[in-house]
Design a protein around this ligand. Sequence first.
Ligand SMILES: C[S@@+](CC[C@H](N)C(=O)[O-])C[C@H]1O[C@@H](n2cnc3c(N)ncnc32)[C@H](O)[C@@H]1O
Length: 240
Amino acid sequence: MREEEIIDAISRVEVRTGRERTIKSYVLRSTKLDEEQKKIVLENYEKYAVTFRGEMTEPGALFAHPSRPVIIEIGFGMGSSTQIIARDHSEYNYLALEVYLVGFVKLLRDVSRLQLDNIKLMRFNAVDVLERMIPDSSIAGFHIFFPDPWPKKRHHKRRLIQPDFVHLLASKLKKGGYIYCVTDWQEYADQMLEVLSGEPLLMNPYEGFCPPVSWRPMTKFEKKGLDKDYKINEVWFERR
Ligand SMILES: C[S@@+](CC[C@H](N)C(=O)[O-])C[C@H]1O[C@@H](n2cnc3c(N)ncnc32)[C@H](O)[C@@H]1O
């Protein structure tokens, strides 16, 4: 790819449909890359990133080892737990989605340093990626760690975990595939449990919240929550 193509690919994060403004689960902070960040992007984009295309794509084909099951992480932030999970679980491929440019560049740098061949990054709205690129019944799992809680009532509609979005996630899962969400916001945790329980394609193998998952490393958000004595709730559902 030429330099302009790479810069163009990371500059656009959503599909513009011409419809009136749709509700977004994120706020975009405008960021100008410094020289160091630009260098990281130009050197690593082609090897470790995927450009959004509005056509269905076999997810395994994006990776060096196409037969490994694909896990999608939504909203990886700075990617600190993402890279550890990918490093420790080479039996899976990870497609990591985030719109936050600083986090995207940071994880791009980290995965290139670790030379991981089982992770690809996309700077794009997860809703568009799932709707337009990911075929039904093709994904082994979803990770959604500490999604923005949007605490004010008038903002609750911006939360990711809503019935329509959960149905979209469930339809992309293979039979037995999982959705694993974690939050430190009690009322959002209750909403997650309620919404996922209400999706007919999913079943909860646990009674309510699931026990802590041992392989998930602690993130900055989690530590902040724990420092404030917030309870961490984890939710694990599987595709019927
Ligand atoms: C509170 S942060 C949590 C980050 C990380 N998972 C962690 O545990 O540290 C939530 C992240 O989700 C991202 N996000 C929200 N909606 C998104 C969407 N539709 N597509 C991609 N990323 C999204 C935001 O940009 C933000 O960085």
